[in-house]
Design a protein. Structure first.
Length: 116
């Protein structure tokens, strides 16, 4: 079992930056691939980025170099650095850990609102 707690969301203006953090419980954090998804009102949850156990990142195409995912296994934490934010980035951002059956573990989400 992995418990995930996100933080770092907030209200920013277009062009600003935010860094989301996700703290994980347990001593096996390093054995999980980690990811970020987001869900805007009335829309389906969508993949944003992931990082493998060895630190290899993967991004959704709409990220286009604006976001960076990283992990610190010593701190049991995964980060999402978001730069050049746009109003369309407004969503609840969820941290997730990949188990045997897929993205099995989810945090409660953190709201990101980007004003124009």
């Amino acid at each position: 079992q992995v418990q995930l707690v996100e933080s770092g969301g907030g209200l920013v203006q277009a062009g600003d930056s935010l860094r989301l953090s996700c703290a994980a419980s347990g001593r096996t954090f390093g054995s999980y691939a980690m990811g970020w998804f987001r869900q805007a009102p009335g829309q389906a949850r969508e993949f944003v980025a992931s990082v493998s156990t060895s630190g290899i990142p993967y991004y959704a195409s709409f990220v286009k170099g604006r976001f960076t995912i990283s992990r610190d296994n010593a701190k049991n934490t995964v980060y999402l650095q978001m730069n050049s934010l746009k109003p369309e980035d407004t969503a609840v951002y969820y941290c997730t850990a990949r188990g045997r059956l897929g993205w099995d573990y989810w945090g409660q989400g953190t709201q990101v609102t980007v004003s124009s």
